[in-house]
Design a protein around this ligand. Structure first.
Ligand SMILES: Nc1nc2c(ncn2[C@@H]2O[C@H](COP(=O)(O)OP(=O)(O)O)[C@@H](OP(=O)(O)OP(=O)(O)O)[C@H]2O)c(=O)[nH]1
Ligand SMILES: [Mn+2]
Length: 179
């Protein structure tokens, strides 16, 4: 009989918390960055009832290549090709201009695999929940509002993936007057 959480899931949690250890979120409380990736994995497990372990592990690793010195090769060596392929799907190319990265998130959302779409939905849900209560340091109210508008365009290209997550996202968009 399988026991949970698995050793590889725990290793993933440890790796993510180590790699993000020096990063903080942009909220006024300077929350440790790892709280965000734990939230994304927890949303998928608790709110979306996902049991696909590679998806839950990738949620923990979804910003590790984008935002730390970890490489895809490191992730593949430690956690295998399946998880690494998913991390690739949810990683922005930081060498591109910010505007282009934002445009590509909208465009690439539609082309993503179903499993990557789940992680992208949970990622946006956590970021938007945070934005409902916080304005990131240095952001104007307009920039915060623009994030909701842009996030809805990304989410629109992820639809048909998980009814529960999409309902929760739509409730936020409704509250902002976007739906
Ligand atoms: N809501 C919120 N976001 C924060 C906070 N700290 C860091 N972020 C990150 O900031 C990004 C949004 O800021 P932008 O200025 O639009 O984008 P940038 O950081 O990529 O330049 C989000 O990335 P994203 O591309 O939308 O997703 P991802 O990078 O998390 O995958 C989010 O992860 C915070 O305290 N609250
Ligand atoms: Mn994220």
């Amino acid at each position: 009989m399988a026991t949970y959480p698995s050793a590889k899931f725990m290793e993933c949690l440890q790796y993510a918390s180590f790699k993000h250890r020096q990063q903080r979120r942009k909220d006024p409380q300077n929350t440790p960055y790892v709280n965000h990736v734990i939230n994304v994995s927890t949303i998928l497990s608790v709110e979306a009832c996902i049991t696909d372990e590679a998806v839950l592990m990738t949620a923990l690793l979804h910003d590790v290549v984008e935002d730390t010195d970890a490489s895809f090769e490191d992730v593949e060596k430690l956690f295998g090709a399946d998880v690494c392929g998913l991390v690739r799907e949810v990683t922005d190319d930081k060498s591109l201009e910010k505007q282009e990265r934002k445009r590509l998130q909208i465009e690439n959302a539609a082309k993503s695999s179903c499993r990557a779409k789940l992680i992208k939905l949970a990622d946006k849900l956590d970021n938007l929940r945070d934005l409902q209560v916080n304005t990131p340091t240095g952001w104007t109210p307009e920039r915060r509002e623009q994030y909701f508008i842009w996030a809805m365009k990304v989410v629109d290209n992820l639809r048909g993936t998980n009814a529960n997550l999409e309902l929760k996202l739509d409730e936020i968009f409704r509250q902002r007057g976007l739906l």
